[in-house]
Write a protein that binds this ligand. Structure first.
Ligand code: SAH
Ligand code: TRP
Length: 333
């Protein structure tokens, strides 16, 4: 397949061409016709969604990004020393803001060879790839525009003698329900050579529900706007007629499952037509549509999930406030 872009150390390939509208349509048809309506979270991140997420990471209430950055600043050099990594594969790379700390540490250690960002949002993969080859001379970037649930096999094979880190930061792993989470981790494990490569996983930790709920329901309303953005995506991409302002943002901590749940609640009885699906959906007054879960972790949950995927914990690093954990794990032989 022709790369989207190939120039001075950068290659970007997309696996989200033609069939992609279909994937969105299938997801939405499935989700909106369930007894409890829900939508899969990857559709949040169009260009506007990506920009809103960027604003979320700077909100006073949204601590995960800052906590994870603190851990990277304190421990990136140790992570590089421990793994000897020369290649960084990053799933859901976004703007790679925190990743630069790790790449810089690899550069300083003299091991840095290649960065492989994978994200559904093409504009972000392109921009990040271009910036990084400028910032880090000699770096090769192999960008992948794709879905980490379907395109892990498109990650290029590792180079012999170059240890790899696969990074999955930001607590994005928490957006999978528990069963899919383990299936996903088994897929990630296949990218790792036993005795050579490591997974670097960011997980938000269980804590005071008030702190968690504020992180997903900020005073400025940015998260609410981000949540509702998914309806704009459906209106544009699938010719739907959601009245976006008639849905309220709902975020709460489910204490039993220990996850944050995000929903959109219809203010009144409504009918929505989705043109591309020839679908009419009714919402009862106050009916809720689930848009995302964000699971929070304990050491035990982390151990259990990694173990079930054939991975063994090597290190768990936390911020001084114990809000967030970055863990290194490796395939069990
Ligand atoms: N890693 C960054 C961004 C986290 S936000 C950070 O830690 O701040 C989640 C990112 O994952 C977004 O960039 C989004 O576009 C991407 N993403 C979400 N679902 C995805 C999927 N199914 N496949 C690939 N990327 C996905
Ligand atoms: N996946 C991130 C998280 O769980 C991103 C995120 C923050 C998010 N706020 C959100 C996703 C609101 C959807 C809705 O923290």
């Amino acid at each position: 397949m022709e790369p989207l872009l190939q120039a001075g150390g950068v290659v970007v390939r997309s696996f989200l061409a033609a069939g992609e509208d279909r994937a969105l349509a299938d997801d939405v048809l499935d989700g909106l016709t369930r007894p409890f309506k829900e939508l899969p979270p990857k559709h949040f991140y169009d260009a506007r969604g990506a920009e809103l997420f960027d604003r979320i990471t700077e909100l006073p209430e949204y601590y995960p990004t800052r906590a994870e950055r603190e851990i990277l600043v304190a421990h990136a050099a140790d992570v590089v020393a421990l793994t000897g990594a020369g290649e960084l594969v990053e799933l859901g790379s976004g703007t790679a803001a925190k990743t630069r700390i790790l790449l810089r540490a690899m550069h300083d250690a003299g091991t840095l060879r290649r960065y492989v960002p994978l994200d559904v949002t093409e504009s972000m993969v392109r921009a990040t790839a271009g910036e990084l080859v400028q910032e880090l001379p000699g770096l090769e970037v192999h960008g992948i525009v794709g879905d980490f649930e379907r395109h892990l096999a498109e990650v290029p094979p590792p180079e012999a003698g170059v240890p790899r880190i696969v990074a999955f930061l930001g607590g994005t792993i928490g957006n999978f329900p528990p069963g899919s989470r383990r299936r996903f981790l088994r897929g990630v494990r296949r990218l790792l050579r036993p005795g050579v490569d490591h997974l670097l996983l960011g997980t938000d930790l269980v804590k005071d529900p008030a702190v968690l709920e504020a992180a997903y329901d900020d005073a400025a309303g940015v998260t609410a706007e981000f949540n509702r953005n998914v309806l704009h995506v459906l209106n544009r991409e699938l010719g739907a007629d959601f009245e976006v302002g008639a849905f309220d943002h709902v975020a709460f901590f489910d204490r039993e499952h220990e996850w944050i749940e995000l929903r959109l609640r219809a203010q009144r009885h409504m009918h929505v037509h989705v043109g591309a699906l020839a679908l009419d959906v009714a919402f009862a007054a106050r009916e809720e549509l689930r848009t995302e879960i964000s699971a929070k972790f304990t050491r035990r949950r982390l151990d259990g999930d990694l173990g079930a995927a054939g991975l063994r914990l090597v290190r768990v690093l936390t911020d001084p406030g114990d809000r967030f954990a970055l863990s290194l794990s490796t395939p069990r032989r």
